[in-house]
Design a protein. Sequence first.
Length: 130
Amino acid sequence: MRKRISALIIENKKILLSRDKDLKFYSLPGGALDIGESIQQALSREIKEELNVPIIKSHYYSSYTSFNERLNIRQIDYNYLISINGTPSPSNEIAEIYWFNKEEFQLHPQMFFSPFLKEVLPKLLEDSLL
């Protein structure tokens, strides 16, 4: 099973999501673990690669399994609440980043990665993080 890490970057009741250049929907920044890489190593690498910022601290928040239709494989996603140092900016593999509030998820659900809406967003709302 593929392992993927995702970063939950939340400020002022808004969450930072990114959109890859080859996709039409927004999702949590992150990516797959490389062979021999720890979750923390992968998280630091992915955030530096995608958002051009280092992580100050992180802690585990949630996980879920899903089917990655693009790769035709089951995966487990590990979500971490993180704090970053600096202002994030999209790398060359990211088309854009945006800070979303909870109302935007209700108004435009088609803009977001479905497992995020089903698995992560309800917990964030329940925990009053957004």
